[in-house]
Design a protein around this ligand. Structure first.
Ligand code: DP6
Length: 366
């Protein structure tokens, strides 16, 4: 390797000299929507309860890292280029995240990297950008480790390790490493489930539930008043915590059975119960907070009414925000789109609806 300049005040440049350990990796990772919600965590980014999600398809982050391994470095050198103006605080969060990874992937402290990242969906649209962002980054780090060492180190396989590293950035990100339905957190329903990383849904999925759609109704794109991380902390002393953890274990077992049996009534019941419970927990925390907007409630009522009228098993779920995710089997797509267009767009900010569907998971681009 030639002479390296490690002064970050100077423009970042990859030196592609003879024998230099450098390279480029790139991953596309989708976001995911939880059907059984992770809410509450313990030291070390460990979840207080198991969760189950559906990985999306169109809403993704693409991250590319050009890197150089520099023996003399003692801490990672990071430069960012975010195409669609991610806030400064996000840059800081990512920087802090990477610096903390030296305990899990020590080689990172000797890497100079230039990270380029962009999302296909607007910020604050009710799609978890931290899930897709940290998943894409973690997959890139595993690819870098593989290029430098021939394989990822330790006992975990490539995707387990990517999921493990993604979790350290944002809990829900560990589920974005796989497509389809994903389980994160120990559950009696699957012996190989883990608090450390997500696992792909281990059983056969009923045909009705293999091709699910998620239409996201953007009620508000305003910044959340309380972050998910702050919300998780409020579960520590929540008066309903133990009842919630019992409820979530029951919902988890039921939903795992339902995904195999195709019981759509059961599916709707559990998914909506999880969304309502999540927001009820927020409203009964100390301090309490409300992320729902009047339009959210109007849409919820309309969806329930439409389901009664049409017999179509469409249900809603909510993230930690006011926007509605409408979940339904692909075969009902035309009817549900028509319903959204005629009765629901009026509640959306600028009439914005993002149509997405279940996907195969991340894709390596380079
Ligand atoms: C309501 O994964 O965003 O979306 O681990 O602090 O980054 P951190 O939290 P985050 O929380 C997600 C909460 C949720 C439910 C879920 O995705 O399971």
């Amino acid at each position: 390797m030639g002479q390296k300049n490690t002064d970050m005040s100077e423009p970042f440049k990859m030196s592609h000299g003879t024998g230099a350990l450098f390279g480029k990796v790139s991953w596309r990772s989708p976001s995911n929507i939880a059907l059984v919600k992770y809410w509450g965590k313990r030291e070390g980014q460990l979840p207080s309860n198991p969760s189950l999600s559906l990985t999306l398809s169109q809403a993704f982050t693409e991250s590319t890292i050009e890197y150089e391994f520099i023996e003399a470095l003692t801490s990672p050198e990071i430069q960012f280029a975010f195409s669609n103006a991610i806030e400064f605080s996000f840059e800081e969060r990512i920087s802090g995240y990477i610096k903390n990874l030296i305990f899990d992937i020590p080689f990172i402290s000797q890497v100079r990297m230039n990270i380029q990242s962009h999302n296909t969906f607007p910020h604050s649209a009710g799609i978890a950008s931290s899930a897709s962002a940290f998943s894409a980054l973690a997959l890139c780090f595993c690819s870098i480790e593989k290029q430098l060492n021939g394989a990822v180190s330790g006992t975990m396989n490539f995707y387990q390790k990517a999921s493990y590293l993604a979790r350290l950035g944002s809990g829900s990100a560990c589920r974005s490493v796989y497509g389809g339905y994903v389980v994160w957190g120990e559950t009696v329903d699957y012996n190989d489930s883990s608090n450390l990383y997500g696992v792909p849904f281990p059983y056969d999925v009923h045909p009705l539930l293999t091709d699910m759609h998620d239409s996201i109704l953007v009620v508000s794109s305003a910044r959340k008043t309380v972050s998910s991380s702050a919300g998780h902390q409020l579960m520590k002393y929540h008066p309903y915590a133990s009842a919630r953890y019992q409820q979530v274990r029951d919902n988890m077992s039921s939903l795992i059975r339902i995904i195999q049996s195709g019981d759509m009534d059961g599916f709707v019941k559990i998914v909506e119960n999880e969304a309502m419970s999540l927001h009820a927990l927020m409203m009964s925390s100390s301090d309490s907070f409300i992320l729902l907007q009047p339009a959210t409630l109007s849409v919820i009522e309309k969806v329930k009414d439409y389901r009664r009228r049409s017999g179509i098993p469409v249900c809603f779920t909510l993230d930690a925000g006011p926007n509605i995710h409408m979940i339904y089997p692909a075969i009902y797509k035309d009817q549900v789109h028509e319903f959204i267009q005629s009765e629901l767009v009026q509640f959306c900010e600028g009439g914005r609806v993002i149509h997405d569907f279940i996907g195969d998971g991340p894709k390596q681009l380079i």
